[in-house]
Write a protein that binds this ligand. Structure first.
Ligand code: AMP
Length: 295
């Protein structure tokens, strides 16, 4: 965004702070803390939809001050992934967060977050290995590094994440516990389209034909839930039923993974217990869609 547009945005949103420098963001949050106000952070990469909005509304209910970070974090994209193409619309996003009563929108510059000398990496290797880690082996260390940086810059009392990225949520919770970071992590349910497709900024990549088929992903996961409700406990049988269904309904999709794991440890399960998660990633055209349900 040009300096001119930034100025205009700042004028338009006088009652919501737009923080672009790390030092002003720290100063702003420090002042709130010193005044005894609780702070909730919602980390995002922008291009907002109702999933993001549900996290912001929850944060608004729970804390005195809400800060939303908008940063398309380059370290969580591998070479060849969609970093350059990632959808962006700061004007629209600013209007949405203001409407929701957010107190500050933090939009740092890439060069400020990652100086030329930057080399520290935060990793939670065990939980980062399965599921999305198989095809995106460096993704979660990028996520952990940026989230810890945001925690250090903004010192929030709580941070809100979506359960759509359940592996990310488990990893962040592990990082916070392991490193004794004084931030409460809150997970919020997946927000879906009426036809069941989990909302994602990346859904804009879908062609009209792919968009028609994409809800079959969630339908498959719902079928697994139904099988469990009817008494099926064998993970392999449930998995093959879903795969058989998708073979019929999801011709435009290429399966990245479909797995049944313990929701906390993310270790593969042979049988369904009371904390079992079915999670998947499916590539459709330019999009890679993830989804999950508790079984
Ligand atoms: P992103 O901008 O994609 O990095 O997402 C920012 C936050 O919004 C993450 O905590 C996501 O898990 C969460 N989120 C994304 N999509 C949804 C959704 N459909 N429902 C709930 N939370 C979501």
């Amino acid at each position: 965004m040009s300096v001119f547009l930034y100025r205009q945005t700042i004028l338009l949103y006088l009652d919501m702070q737009i923080l672009t420098s790390i030092s002003e963001a720290t100063t702003c949050c420090n002042a709130w803390r010193q005044a005894g106000q609780s702070i909730a952070l919602v980390p995002t990469m922008g291009y907002y939809h109702q999933g993001h909005e549900s996290l912001m509304r929850f944060a608004r209910e729970k804390a005195d001050k809400v800060v939303v970070s908008l940063f398309v974090n380059p370290t969580q994209f591998a070479p060849g992934e969609d970093l350059a193409a990632y959808p962006r619309d700061i004007e629209r996003d600013s209007a949405i967060v203001k409407e929701l009563g957010v107190d500050a929108l933090f939009i740092p510059e890439v060069d400020a977050m990652y100086t030329a000398a930057h080399e520290t990496i935060v990793a939670v290797p065990g939980l980062s290995r399965p599921l999305c880690g198989i095809s995106r082996p460096t993704h979660f260390q990028g996520v952990c590094t940026v989230v810890l940086k945001l925690f250090m810059i903004l010192c929030p009392h709580m941070a809100v994440f979506g359960e759509k990225d359940r592996q990310q949520l488990a990893i962040i919770q592990r990082m916070v516990t392991d490193l004794n970071i004084p931030v409460k992590i809150c997970g919020r349910p997946i927000v879906r389209e009426d036809d069941g497709l989990a909302l994602s900024s990346r859904n804009v990549y879908l062609s009209p034909e792919e968009r028609v088929q994409a809800p079959e992903i969630y339908k498959g996961l719902c079928m697994a839930q139904n099988l469990v409700q009817k008494g099926e406990r064998n993970a392999a049988r449930i998995q093959s039923s879903v795969l058989e269904m998708w073979a019929q309904t999801l011709s435009l999709g290429r399966l990245d993974y479909l797995t049944i794991v313990d929701a906390a440890s993310l270790v593969a399960q042979d049988n369904i217990t009371d904390n079992t998660l079915m999670a998947c990633a499916v590539r459709m055209g330019k999009a890679r869609l993830i989804d999950n349900v508790l079984l």
